[in-house]
Ligand binder design. Structure first.
Ligand code: NFS
Length: 679
């Protein structure tokens, strides 16, 4: 090659975007294989883009203000840190604390609105079902309806001639739907669900002045307060953040979960599989992705109908394989056992298998790049929600409406089947998949850990008190392309269960744990400490309990409340030996979740980084001062082993305060003695 030519090749190589190293990008073999496959085909994925574009260090630490057009004002920390007074300020004089607090609570507003708007859609479907306006949805779980009615102050009985009788179920449903919808915009009072929290917690919120009035209002007020020139005290700003986050956790999210349970059924433990290996080359593969189960529920029913199966066979397929991504996956998994295809970061890879005949998306966590990837294959990418469209012209929009749900779902499934014969590229589906048991919730934990009489949290409390279970951790949240896919999730969870901490999981952490085989009862004997192994093996549960999607984090709040009620572990959520974690968070929803956990009294650790590091005073306020105010606090730890140990240290601190630290030492000694004897 001539020198000139060599130079040209070298220059081109220099300009070629840097590609991700598959091994460094993920701990999951299926993901590694598919990243390599994408690179071989010349298709970029999020893993490559994360190599090519680094995040802005100022924005990532929370100190870039874009709230007016005199900026953006950037207030980087001086090299070597702050010595003496912190004199940084924006054009208007905004301090780093004000800017970071404003940005932080705007993230809460984004997250709370996503969960709550999802909840509102479900409430509207519930209303249609209560009014009997639709054939597609009915009231499936009347037990849950009665429980929700009670929490919303709807009478479930009537007095007839001095006798108390059960009220008509249709009437209860209608009034419950009205009361539920009212929670988004009522003009006075406070959210009705707040009183489901332990009494001391409710009283504390009242004293602190953070009881949410209605869901929408708290989000609007954040947008107002963070507008240029309004609230300029980080303490007052985060107070409103707290109110909006509580409106999410104990409002929008909790309503979403409850109303979904009423309309689609309350989950109970169910077996399935997870990872890209659930896709089948000889089947029509339909992947549903997003968050609202309103459409996917019907797609599940239609795809399993004999009519569609016959049609698929006529087109040369052996059947129809459904799979889920993100929280839609968690929703249809926990109610129908539909296998989970992928975590958030693997969404493009599902199409790159070449076997995805249709990907149906609704809202949240959907990459716009899916459209570009779909262009390289035969995959039909179908958007279904009026608020979530894509600009690329290969995307098909089939707007879903609960009033013609069945027709919409049929159209979508038929389109996928018709597309089966159009596959162009060689199909490559990774072999990897793992078994999982999902579908736990307040009701099933009660049942499984309920002791001989079933239906109480007493046995769980007893095992925490006697130390077999050291404590309980909620490990949740996303993947983030800035960290190795699934590594934080799996390392944190394994370290916790090794130390006898029972893990409750939701969202993409649950999917990661499923892919790793941690959601099986057999995992107990392999990964857990002696105490947790004993409990799991006795009752036959996995050491990591899958509680559903991210709105289902509200199940964790209610399970913790049941633990308080069962007695022996203090009077408030902040007394419990529990901790929260999101090792690979990325979305605004995660910030809202983190903050309602903190405000509910839970010590909560995030990985990756938090956009408060550039404002040390504000950071200290929510990391340390908050514990004095709410009994819960934020923390940040990137190293997953240290991350788990910070949680364990907090759990031990709470055990000590409850006076049950000695019990655990005894249990462990008993176990060691027994093992010595057996040897
Ligand atoms: Ni939660 Fe669900 Fe996953 Fe993160 Fe996205 S799917 S709502 S936001 S990425 S856990």
């Amino acid at each position: 090659m001539a020198d000139e030519e060599k130079k040209a090749v070298a220059a081109k190589a220099d300009k070629a975007p840097k590609l991700a190293d598959p091994i460094k990008a993920s701990i999951d073999p299926a993901t590694q294989q598919m990243i390599a496959r994408a690179q071989e085909l010349g298709i970029d994925t999020v893993f490559d883009r994360a190599e090519a574009m680094k995040p802005c260090a100022i924005g990532a630490t929370g100190i870039c203000c874009k709230n007016c057009s005199m900026g953006p004002c950037r207030l980087p920390l001086p090299k070597g840190g702050i010595v003496g007074e912190d004199t940084r300020k924006g054009l208007c004089g905004a301090t780093p604390n004000t800017i970071a607090a404003r940005n932080f609570i705007r993230m809460i507003a984004g997250g709370a609105s996503a969960h709550s708007d999802h909840g509102r859609s479900v409430a509207e479907v519930f209303m249609s079902a209560a009014r009997k306006e639709t054939d597609a949805y009915q009231i499936k779980d009347t037990q849950k309806l009665l429980a929700v009615a009670e929490a919303l102050d709807v009478a479930t009985t009537v007095e007839v001639d001095g006798e108390t009788k059960a009220r008509d179920m249709d009437e209860i449903a209608l009034e419950t739907a009205e009361k539920a919808l009212n929670e988004w915009g009522k003009s006075e009072g406070e959210l009705l669900y707040l009183k489901r929290a332990p009494k001391p917690r409710y009283e504390l919120w009242k004293k602190m002045g953070v009881l949410p009035r209605n869901i929408d209002r708290e989000i609007v007020e954040i947008m107002h307060r963070t507008h240029m020139g309004v609230d300029q005290d980080y303490r007052n700003l985060i107070k409103q953040g707290t109110r909006a986050a509580l409106a999410d956790g104990w409002g929008g999210s909790m309503l979403a979960t409850d109303l979904q349970d009423i309309v689609f059924g309350t989950p109970s433990p169910i077996q399935s599989e997870a990872n890209l290996g659930i896709m089948k080359e000889d089947h029509v593969n339909i992947i549903v992705h997003g968050h609202e189960p309103v459409l996917s529920e019907i797609v599940v029913a239609v795809a399993q109908s004999p009519e569609m199966l016959d049609y698929a066979k006529k087109k040369g397929a052996k059947g129809i394989q459904l799979g889920g991504i993100c929280c839609t996956a968690n929703e249809i998994l926990q109610r129908h056992g539909i296998p989970t295809a992928a975590t958030f970061l693997q969404q493009e890879l599902a199409i790159i298998t070449g076997a995805c005949d249709a990907m149906v998306v609704d809202i949240q966590c959907i990459f716009q790049n899916l459209a570009n990837v779909a262009k390289c294959f035969h995959t039909k990418l179908i958007t279904t929600h009026p608020i979530a469209k894509m600009e690329q012209d290969n995307v098909i929009h089939i707007e879903f409406d609960e009033h013609h749900a069945l027709d919409d779902a049929k159209k979508i499934v038929k389109m996928a089947i018709d597309n089966f014969e159009n596959r162009k590229t060689e199909v490559m589906i990774p072999r990897h998949k793992a078994a999982q048991v999902a579908g736990f919730g307040v009701e099933s934990i009660e049942y499984h850990l309920g002791g001989s009489f079933r239906g109480t949290f007493y046995t769980l409390n007893d095992n925490i008190i006697n130390g077999r279970i050291r404590g309980v951790a909620g490990v949740v949240g996303c993947n983030n392309a800035r960290t190795r896919h699934n590594e934080g999730h799996i390392t944190v969870v394994k370290e916790l269960i090794k130390n006898d901490v029972l893990v409750l999981t939701t969202g993409c952490n649950a999917i990661a744990c499923a892919m790793e085989g941690l959601l099986t009862p057999e995992a107990a004997g392999v990964y857990c400490g002696p105490g947790l192994t004993e409990v799991c093996e006795t009752v036959g549960i996995p050491p990591v309990l899958h509680l559903g999607s991210c709105v289902d984090n509200s199940r964790i709040l209610l399970a913790a409340t049941e633990v308080v009620k069962a007695g022996g572990l203090g009077n408030d959520l902040s007394d419990l030996p529990v901790a929260g974690s999101a090792p690979e968070w990325m979305s605004e929803k995660a910030i809202s979740i983190g903050h309602y956990f903190v405000a509910s009294g839970v010590y909560t650790v995030f990985g990756v980084g938090l956009p408060v590091e550039g404002a040390p005073v504000f950071q200290n306020y929510i990391f340390n001062e908050f514990e004095k105010l709410y009994g819960g606090m934020w923390d940040l730890e990137i190293d997953p082993i240290k991350h788990a140990h910070k949680m364990i240290a907090h759990i031990d601190k709470k055990r000590k305060a409850l006076g049950i630290d000695k019990a655990r030492e005894r249990v462990l000694m008993d176990m060691a003695d027994r093992q010595a004897l057996e040897a």
